[in-house]
Design a protein around this ligand. Structure first.
Ligand code: ADP
Ligand code: MG
Length: 577
């Protein structure tokens, strides 16, 4: 441990020297209120950023032990502290450069902390344990050419950083209020989630919630004047008693089959999107903070071209030309309908009990077939979903919520019909029933499964995880990753919300491959990886032993399944040797 002055002196000494001199920064520095650890220094300006940590006692921040007593609360508190730390760093990095004579960007731009999105999630960027809070972040140590810019680094690490830490841990009355409100919201959300289970609901959306987003690319709430807040129709309304907010009225969606109908542009997909992300808790002010969906909900879309490995799709697809057996269906490039059938079976393998579907993102021939087609092509191998929904619910106990605009056959098999009109839900159940009686449709429910589905036993042979030759994981954005040489397309996994989750998934693959030895099911593999993270924290994902970088956000096991199922090297059963 060095005193703080040593950091300054070292930077002064190496200023203007070749970049490698930055190595002298490695070590820990005592800043009084916190300690700065420089764990790893990048060898050159173009290498990945150097890895740093800050550790401070939580008590000094006015945080009481009860506020991080259980893992859920601790995650909520870590989430808030990281938000504040990231906000302060970004503010410092965005400060106007006009003041500096050479118009250089502010020194804090070298500090790399990812800003958390709208969801309250477990992230490696902040962790509380043993009475200490730790922030992990990157620092792209600045260079002029290939020479050390010691003064800029000092301005970042010795000025901007302490200010950000102070802001993150500040305990003025308004900070304590914010912290308490954040933890109370978290508690209300937990109670709301328990209520779903107790009352047999799959989702609850509080009155006053704001579902639309700023744009397709942004997860921020729509701030336009015309934004319509949710209000539940009387017949679908229920009231929940929350510990902090008291009674909250809203729209409860019970288990079973629910259709969301309505004219184009009336808010159907927006509602479904909120339901899909309702598996996460949202921060105050998001608009969806009291919209919760069962944690195991999976949005299922058609995704032609995706690989499928050994999935039993026989419940939806009978014998196909050129395919030996749809009880173990494999392809490098699935069609729309087979990809959607596979996605449903994969969700069921993971124990998901709620499927979300949007007609817009589904394969038409997978969804329904009308009278004329049933007569013209009686031997179509696809059993359309409309024929399977009652089986899914009554036999498999899997609920469905689906957006339908065109296919009225679904009204026949729905327990509930929610109609969106000008962004507001109404109960169209009665009306739908009388229309069905008047204009019967040709639905032919199928109640049996050709054979008992056995769980796939996963195997991945190629990229073994040796300690040395670990394949590199590259992440460009939320939509995919490259594991070694193998790209995996994740654009269809719409319940991924942060690039940090994709980063974590890349590392979780390494762990998963150790368990995928041909003797464990998808669910067992995902559970084993989840248990490792539960035990060691999300920082176990770090590819660098002993130093835990920020930037990883914990995804659900269902998202790990999403990646594994799309991994081209996946195989089934024990290896031949
Ligand atoms: P649909 O799926 O019924 O065609 P969308 O859900 O895609 O409709 O919504 C159409 C447009 O209306 C989108 O731009 C969306 O952001 C906007 N929108 C949805 N819900 C609301 C709302 N409650 N208030 C204001 N605008 C909304
Ligand atoms: Mg739509």
């Amino acid at each position: 441990m060095f005193p703080r002055e040593v950091l300054r002196q070292t930077l002064l000494r190496i200023d203007g020297r070749p970049y490698g001199a930055y190595r002298d920064l490695t070590g820990a520095y005592d800043f009084g209120r916190f300690r700065l650890h420089v764990d790893w220094v990048q060898p050159d300006p173009y290498a990945p950023p150097s890895r740093l940590r800050v550790r401070a006692p939580v008590l000094a921040a006015g945080i009481r032990p009860v506020q991080w007593a259980d893992p859920g609360r601790r995650t909520a508190l870590e989430d808030l502290l990281l938000r504040r730390f990231a906000a302060a760093i970004h503010r410092a990095a965005g400060e106007t450069a006009a003041a500096s004579p050479d118009r250089q960007p502010p020194p804090a731009v070298c500090l790399e902390v990812e800003r958390p999105g709208q969801q309250i999630l477990q992230r490696s960027g902040c962790s509380i344990s043993g009475g200490l809070v730790e922030f992990r972040f990157g620092c792209a140590l600045p260079a002029r050419g290939r020479l050390v810019q010691g003064m800029r680094t000092a301005a970042a690490l010795d000025v901007a950083l302490p200010e950000a830490v102070a802001f993150a841990l500040r305990s003025r009355p308004e900070d304590l209020i914010e912290r308490t409100a954040h933890l109370e919201l978290h508690e209300d959300q937990q109670v709301l989630r328990r209520t779903l289970e107790e009352r047999g609901w799959v989702a609850f959306l509080a009155d006053g919630s704001l579902l639309p987003r700023e744009s397709g690319r942004s997860d921020l709430p729509l701030r336009a004047r015309g934004a319509v807040r949710l209000s539940a129709p009387t017949t679908l309304a229920a009231t929940v008693e929350l510990p902090h907010r008291g009674p909250v009225r809203g729209m409860a969606i019970p288990e079973g089959v629910t259709a969301i109908v309505g004219g184009a542009y009336h808010g159907k997909s927006t509602l479904l999107g909120a339901l899909a992300l309702g598996v996460y808790d949202h921060i105050a002010g998001d608009g969806r903070e009291l919209c919760v969906t069962r944690a195991d909900a999976v949005k299922v879309v058609a995704e032609d071209g995706r690989p499928v490995t050994g999935v039993d799709i026989s419940a939806f697809v009978g014998p196909l030309p050129g395919v030996l057996d749809t009880r173990s269906f494999s392809t490098n490039a699935a069609s729309g309908s087979t990809s959607q059938a596979a996605a449903i079976r994969e969700a069921l393998e993971m124990g998901a009990r709620l499927l979300l579907l949007d007609e817009d993102q589904s394969a038409a021939n997978f969804m329904t077939r009308d009278r004329r087609m049933r007569r013209l092509v009686p031997d179509d191998p696809v059993i359309p979903l409309v024929d399977r929904l009652r089986w899914l619910w009554e036999v498999e106990r899997v609920s469905t919520i689906m957006v339908v605009g065109g296919a009225g056959a679904f009204l026949e098999v729905s327990d509930r019909v929610i109609r969106m009109t000008n962004y507001l839900p109404t109960d169209a159940g009665e009306q739908a029933r009388s229309i069905c009686a008047e204009l019967p449709d040709d639905v032919r429910p199928v109640w049996t499964q050709p054979t008992k589905v056995r769980p796939r036993l996963l195997r991945v042979d190629a990229p073994r995880t040796g300690a040395r030759d670990m394949p590199r994981v590259r992440i460009r954005d939320r939509d995919g990753l490259v594991y070694g040489e193998t790209p995996v397309d994740l654009h269809a996994c719409s319940q991924l919300v942060e690039v940090g989750q994709v980063r974590a998934l890349g590392e979780m693959l390494r762990l998963a491959f150790r368990y995928a030895d041909g003797r464990r099911s998808l669910e067992e593999v995902a559970r084993a990886v989840g248990a490792e993270i539960d035990r060691g924290g999300i920082e176990v994902l770090s590819p660098w032993p002993g130093s835990a970088p920020g930037g990883y956000t914990r995804p659900r096991g269902l998202e790990l399944a999403c990646v594994l199922n799309r991994f081209p090297g996946l195989a089934i059963g024990p290896s031949a040797e």
